[in-house]
Design a protein around this ligand. Sequence first.
Ligand code: AMP
Ligand code: MG
Length: 488
Amino acid sequence: MSSLFDGLAISHHFADLPSAFHTAVPPQPLANARLLHVNKELAAQLGLDVSRLGEQEFLDVVSGQAPLPGGLTVSAVYSGHQFGVWAGQLGDGRAHLLGQIDTPTGPQELQLKGAGKTPYSRMGDGRAVLRSSVREYLASEAMAGLGIATSRALALVTSDTPVYRETVETGAIVTRVAPSFVRFGSFEHWANDATRVRELLDYVLREFYPELLLEGDSEQERVCRFLQAVTHRSAQMVADWQTVGFCHGVMNTDNMSILGLTIDYGPYGFMDQFRVNHVCNHSDNQGRYAWNAQPAVVHWNLYRLASALMVLEPDVETVKAHLQTFEASFLNRYHANLQAKFGLRTWQADDAQLVDDWWRLLHNSGADFTLSFRALAQASKAPEAFLSLFEGSEDQAQAWWQAYSQRLTLDGSDTPEQREAMNRVNPLYVLRNHLAEQAIQAAAKDDASEIDTLLMLLRDPYTERAGFEAYAMPPPEGSAELAVSCSS
Ligand code: AMP
Ligand code: MG
């Protein structure tokens, strides 16, 4: 019988880099591995025959029991700054790159997370627990549903392998998909080695930024152009995070994609109650990665990437100038997002004040991030219902609503069309921790129905669906502060 992977263009360009960049290492299979969920939409985009995803051959690949035909399995080395401090060598401690599928929209690498120890595992066991794997699986698809640049998740495998954390948990594997998993830390690892930085940069530009390779360019110019592009993409990514209330949780430079993708979902969180300095990772005692700190952290991380590239001797002033474009790139995207969310046709300088006052109102009242934005479309038609969201801050809410109403009138945007447009950018459903928790508990019993329900809602989080009212609600009293930490 033909292989499921026949006819796909599978290669392994990252593994073709010199061996300094990676180590060939076979995955260690899980006991009684079972396919808990498969992402059919993504599988189809990769060119896989979705009617055959239940076959053993697919399970074998996504559970690390067989290599990807035509691929080459390796783990990558990288270093990084963790919580602001140089951490030295890290690397894929529990990730195996299987190879890449060349699709009509470009190469997509497949990577297993949780398939056992690698030379970069350090003290870790190379495993991922089911709980965090369900969370990564859901978050990748939720972010994609929101139109935010992200790695994707193709398959979720559960098992009978015990994994020891605070308690005994279930070992799982997520197959992640992205054009590349190269990180800022991949460059930082070679910061003192011009040859390696050059090899990695040439690879990244050739494969993922061909538009930056201009005839007659010097290497120094290429470095600058690369930094400019990564700065721009990273600024857009974090602007998109801010305007959906997403907190990454572990924005170390080893978790920063050189393609501006959201990667390495760990103790992330979509905010329920808005708090300007919300910290989703309970191990982040200093609040380094609080919601309001995220843009500055991305900018700081870009300086670390630039430092690593200095070994190729780009013009320092040009590098600085490119890094300084971060703020403008960020604000452009941030304001464009908020303009759409507020339902404004135009953006005026004063609108920044309206935004600041909005955050202040949300912070003081502890209103729900997602539902507050969603309610904006109804604010002018049903002001009472809108104002009731901001318990304890009624006067402030009233003042804000008046300023907003005036702004809408001035803008000529208090129309049914505008209200409808707002409902296409302000999601009703969001991956709240308590919803992920329900899916985790079902998954622990090999029941993927909650994952199905959440994916159905989160792939198009803007369309209200009858019968799913509970999924649009804030967490019930008491479950608001589910602890998520790095021990995943
Ligand atoms: P993270 O903050 O989850 O992105 O992980 C930071 C570093 O620790 C990376 O190099 C990971 O590969 C590694 N790591 C995390 N958990 C484990 C584990 N259970 N086994 C081996 N390495 C791990
Ligand atoms: Mg990581």
